[in-house]
Design a binder for this molecule. Sequence first.
Ligand SMILES: Cc1cc2nc3c(=O)[nH]c(=O)nc-3n(C[C@H](O)[C@H](O)[C@H](O)COP(=O)(O)O)c2cc1C
Length: 236
Amino acid sequence: MTPTPTATSDLETALRTTAAIRTFTDRPVNRAEVARILDVARFAPSGGNQQPWHVVSVEAPALRTALGERIVLAAREYVALGRAGQRPFGLTDHGRWPGPGDVDLAAARADPADLPAFEGIAQAPAVLAVLVELGRLAAMDAELDRHGLVPGASIYPFCWNVLLAARLVGLGGVLTTFAVRHEPDVLALLGAPAGWALAAVIALGEPVHQPVRLRRDRIADFATVDTFAGPPLITP
Ligand SMILES: Cc1cc2nc3c(=O)[nH]c(=O)nc-3n(C[C@H](O)[C@H](O)[C@H](O)COP(=O)(O)O)c2cc1C
């Protein structure tokens, strides 16, 4: 059986099969490949075309280790919240995180249990920290009584473009926001100036396995006509 190719420049194939890739072969990813990816990803949209991003390719082993430690600390919290029956860091219907409830997050962070899936993210063949300049974001939802959605819309399309563009050079990857739990540490590690925030860490590499069929809802499950409860846009 021939392996499924990861590389594609076909838009529909890329949109349908760009899965979260968490296990990578040993094939290194060089700076030219990262640059090729960014050269395509930079055409992402952003509010007012502010292009508020800065990408740090995290290469130094000490930085990788320190970043991985922060991701693991957050993963321990995530796992503890999940074990307590919560949707970790999930918002309520009012669009706010209700807090950890009975879960002791400090104790969770101190849990030495191995979390190899998360430890591996910062050791991927390429690791990109995506920073965003807050002063270039706009929040049309600023006065709504819920967590902000709109500012993120100026940076996450760029992140997604990175993952899609990776397919051009036969790479895949995964985005994690776990390190944002320790944003001040990470910004200090990376020497970010004041006014910048951490949007995501993206791990990239050659996938061990390229999925061809992703589990997603059908159109009829999420698209209606005229009103939310209106007829399905199409019959299933
Ligand atoms: C905002 C965001 C945060 C995510 N965080 C993580 C993460 O911390 N760790 C991880 O392994 N995957 C993470 N993912 C990947 C999702 O788990 C993945 O997109 C989803 O499960 C669908 O997986 P699939 O494309 O392989 O079907 C994240 C994705 C998004 C969009």
